[in-house]
Design a binder for this molecule. Sequence first.
Ligand code: Q9C
Ligand code: ZN
Length: 342
Amino acid sequence: MNTVYSAEHQLHHGKHELIDGRLEPCVEKPERAERILKEIRHAKLGEVIAPQDFGLEPLTRVHNQAYLGFLQTAYRDWQAAHKLGDALPYVWPTSTSRHTEPRAIEAKLGRYAFDAGTPITPGSWQAACSSANVALTGAQRVTQGAHAAFALCRPPGHHASRAHYGGYCFLNNASIAAQALLDQGASSVAILDVDYHHGNGTQAIFYHRPEVLFVSIHADPAQEYPYFSGYSDETGEGAGEGATLNLPLPQGTLWDDYAEALEVGLERIHVFAPGALIVSLGVDTFKHDPIARFRLESTNFTTLGAHIATLKLPTLFVMEGGYAVEALGGNVVNVLRGFLER
Ligand code: Q9C
Ligand code: ZN
């Protein structure tokens, strides 16, 4: 299996995020992708290839123009307003606010961000574009007949919606790849999101769409970030009714219960019979993850990969979360190896 990787991810390196009432060093850091790359090479999983540049067009298929325009100049606008450090929002509109487009960068940050954990740095836009290109290059390989590919995306994407960033995500790489697969002729696509956190952005992007099945296994949003979506009664709307499946699990979940939810999710995908599968691959379900509370072991990730392989679908793995840097690369390799070796 080929891995798509670009060093441009390093251009995004936030200093601090607001976490539990304090500004703490960002857990979503460049070292993450470097560790994964190192283990992929070490495991001789296949060639590591550079992304192609697909330009803005595929991004506009998923995100709105005003949002993309905002992201492109956000750091420059922040700097022009004489701010020091990374751009972080500190004021948000509410249901009683005026909803005309704000002019000040401070207001725009609140308009487009849904949390205060996602700093914008000088190179964030370029890194986010590169990350989307990594996913698009992976999708292209699958379109061209590869059975599987791994898009080593950073920054991650599944929390970003049509016009909102947050949860360390700016552009929804998995959604952009799914839309590209559809645009290149796939009649339907399934997205299996195994990140510890609910993929609220991906869900929102395809909530009304019957041709994209979104299945997510994640920590119960009654207890865990992103709190405002990911409940089991969210099943899609309109033409998309029934094309969203949320499988929330309690904090503390071990492999046995996780595996049961996985079987339910895989069965739904099997019945849906998509042309391709995208896996939003977060390994923050690992027992030692610093910001998450499932208890999967490293060996469980091999089994996870093997189970996904039973679908026998052309599969694009898109990297999402996972913050226990020591074990991160090994856990990712385990998923991919489990998938390949089945
Ligand atoms: N007390 C991804 O895994 N903050 N994003 C959590 C925990 C945000 C995670 C705070 C977590 C976002 C891609
Ligand atoms: Zn996550």
